[in-house]
Design a binder for this molecule. Structure first.
Ligand code: CA
Length: 485
């Protein structure tokens, strides 16, 4: 009898285990706008309180070596497509609602991470900032790209002054259209939208949330918690309010019983824009737009009490091209066909099934404004954009003419001040990193799209088509190839 009862209990446990293992995990991907590690306490930041992010790190997996791209639109297109900027074409920044010219993130010519998740049966939503389509011209675009529902700051729409407001009195686009919300704080509205979406979910259907947060990009602002913050107090107040919003998301997952099967990934789209702070005893200046580590190597935390190992710090290499294949593997989705993807899935690392990831190197490139050719088509300002390639220790800067400019030992020189390009001891490392660069196309693609109709507000440049050649040095490379050795 006892044996029989025990058998029955074991049988039930085995059944429950099988059921849980076959459930698809929910995924929430939260990405702050313009924030580096030097503002996150669990990465070693001082003078700041980020208790909710710290708790995610403490009860999850903290990555040290994850690259975004150095600026907004290159990062966002990379995340959506699983491709590097030289392949998807958004190498430069092109602020579509502000500059237009018929350029847009074209759903017919690009993969979309949200469509991949939809194909695996996920409910999907997005809230925050988009910037690569103009919702006035393409009101259904987010549906076309795979999002069921949305609440977005429109970005600054040229000729529409109220749309410039992202913080107080924000201009928000939903299925009901776009309007100003007097007296409201934009980040609150987007967060409430996500809390509401989570509250509507049922356990039998998985969900995917893409949360490109409105905070902590400029302009500086007061927050609901610090309504009287002085100019000097405003940036830390914005960081702390972002942390508070993430805390609300986690609380909602706890309250709804969804936490155990929801993988939360929290990261940022590029480094801080200008402010500096102390990180592990060093002063670190925000390097948005640059391929320095503090411009491109972002804080990145994965957390799910039921699925992701707790209290782990990893040096596994990854960059934002890996997100699409990672989410596809977690969701059991097929990858888009007929396209070259640059990323590889790091799902085994996140789930604690592999100690290290599949990547031997990572890459970052892009930023600065694009231009347009004589036909009015948006193109990159250079045929080949400078970039950085790194492994866990060494980092190579490549110039616009594909030559190597700078080699840095990140372990000994975190501020990247010493150029080791001529150090004979590092010759093999230089050759190995250069060989990776040689696998890239000789010319970067420009954005892929079928042009939309011209608009009255389309941006006109003084000197369109400037410098589409192989001139100039990357912003972080030394003027001459001088080295200490
Ligand atoms: Ca950004």
């Amino acid at each position: 009898m006892v044996q029989n009862a025990l058998f029955k209990i074991c049988g039930v446990l085995a059944f429950v285990g099988t059921t849980l293992a076959s459930e698809k995990p929910n995924i929430i991907f939260a990405m702050v706008d313009d924030l580096g590690k030097e503002w996150i306490k669990c990465y070693g930041a001082e003078n700041i309180a980020t208790p909710h992010i710290d708790q995610l790190g403490k009860t999850g997996m903290r990555f040290d070596n994850v690259y975004s791209m150095p600026q907004c639109t290159p990062t966002r297109a990379t995340l959506l497509t699983g491709q590097y900027p030289f392949r998807h074409g958004w190498v430069n920044h092109w602020d579509v609602p502000r500059w237009g010219r018929g350029c847009h993130f074209d759903p017919k010519k690009n993969p979309s991470i949200a469509r991949v998740m939809k194909s695996a049966g996920y409910n999907t939503c997005i809230a925050g900032k988009w910037q690569i389509n103009d919702f006035r011209i393409q009101p259904k675009i987010l549906n076309e790209l795979g999002f069921d529902d949305y609440a977005m700051w429109t970005g600054f729409e040229a000729g529409n002054k109220p749309s410039g407001k992202r913080y107080w009195n924000p201009y928000i686009f939903t299925k009901e259209g776009s309007k100003t919300h007097e007296g409201k704080f934009g980040p609150d509205l987007c967060n409430e939208f996500i809390l509401d979406f989570i509250g509507k979910q049922k356990k039998d259907t998985p969900f995917f949330v893409y949360y490109p947060m409105i905070l902590t990009h400029g302009p500086l602002t007061t927050t609901p918690h610090k309504p009287k913050a002085s100019k000097a107090e405003q940036f830390p107040a914005m960081v702390e309010y972002m942390d508070h919003l993430m805390g609300q998301i986690i609380k909602k997952l706890d309250d709804t019983g969804l936490r155990e099967n929801t993988i939360v990934i929290w990261t940022t789209d590029n480094g801080t824009g200008g402010n500096s702070n102390i990180l592990n005893g060093r002063r670190v200046r925000g390097a948005k737009g640059k391929t320095l580590e503090n411009g491109s190597c972002e804080p990145f935390i994965a957390n799910c009490p039921g699925l992701v190992p707790q209290g782990v710090t990893t040096d596994a290499l990854s960059d934002f091209t890996d997100l699409l294949p990672t989410f596809a593997e977690l969701a059991g989705a097929k990858l888009p066909e007929g396209l070259t993807l640059d990323g590889k899935s790091i799902a085994p690392v996140i789930l604690g099934k592999a100690k290290d990831g599949p990547r031997k190197w990572i890459m970052a490139m892009g930023g600065g404004s694009a231009t347009y050719d004589k036909n009015g088509r948006v193109i990159n300002i250079r045929k080949y954009r400078d970039r950085v390639i790194r492994d866990k220790r060494y980092k190579l800067y490549i110039e616009n003419d594909r030559s190597s400019a700078k080699l840095v030992d990140l372990e000994d020189d975190p501020d990247e001040l010493i150029n080791r390009i001529n150090d004979p001891k590092l010759a093999k490392i230089k050759t190995r990193l250069e060989a990776i660069e040689k696998t890239f196309p000789a010319e970067d693609t420009s954005p892929r799209y079928t042009p939309l109709a011209p608009q009255a507000w389309d941006h006109v440049q003084k000197n369109p088509g400037r410098q589409p050649g192989l001139t100039g040095l990357p912003s972080n490379a030394p003027k001459k190839k001088r080295g200490k050795n």
